[in-house]
Design a protein around this ligand. Sequence first.
Ligand SMILES: NCc1[nH]cc(CCC(=O)O)c1CC(=O)O
Length: 319
Amino acid sequence: MTTLAPQAVVRLGTRPSPMAMEQTGRFAQAFHACHPQLTLDIRKITSEGDAHRGPLSQIGGKGAFTRRADTHLLDGRVDATIACAKDLPGSHDRAPGTAVAAVLPREDVRDVLVLPVGHQPVTLAELPPGTRVGTSAPRRAALLASLFPQLVPVPIRGNADSRLDRLDHGRLGADVMIAALAGLRRLGFADRAGEVLDPTLWLPATGAGIIVVEHRADDTVTGGLLAPLTHPATRILLDAERAVLAELAGGCLTAASAHATLDDTGRVIVRAAVLDPAGGPSVRAEASGSTEHAAEIGRRTARALLNAGALRLLAVTHE
Ligand SMILES: NCc1[nH]cc(CCC(=O)O)c1CC(=O)O
């Protein structure tokens, strides 16, 4: 009698940034707890987005963070890749053949104001007009333009830890900056979080606070090993939010927000918005329904946005 040899090693591709390595380390713990007999071989893959210091729009937008990892995955150089859901581009520029294998429990979705070390505590509303606020995300720039038009968004690049260092040394080109609370916590810099921005006004990023592991869609062995690591409620939220983005055909360069939550009765509620980069009124929509239809509820929310005139704003952001 023969027994099937279990796959002894899973090769996992990760970006090499400190934040990526922290989340990969946390995933590795969960993986070993689930599969003590297996080895996780962590392979660092530097993305074009990490290597390129100029604006992301020059290298095809957000796909720059996933393209190379997708290639390594599809070539079979790794069995799986790990990424922040927020950094995944819209499905239209994902490599066909990759699929989500595991979704880790959602962390905080909120953004925070970060001040240079030693700065007296202030809120965004209290900052003097003309204060330069570092952020490269179109969503954050559009939120600043609409909620705090007296402040000046300035683009910043680089890893979160290097941004903090440059902010403190006056070398960021910005007086303050916006960051994700979940990201600061991962880096051990939770104490650098200033004002925590209200997510009903300062709309969260699609997929904020969610880490996903992807595999080749036809690799059922790896898929089967990773599936038990999925947090089912987070998977529902992610499916709903990603469906909004897919239906809008938008990626990182789109100033949009989709935020799904579960209510007490177990229904999923999707609130989404397409923002005006110039600070004008956003287009908003909401839909809810059974968690079994999470993606369809996301698509319905997106169609409501389009019916309400979101295309005009999307056309602007895609230029
Ligand atoms: N755009 C970079 C990025 N991608 C994911 C996070 C961390 C938080 C998360 O997973 O939502 C961050 C840092 C930030 O935006 O400040």
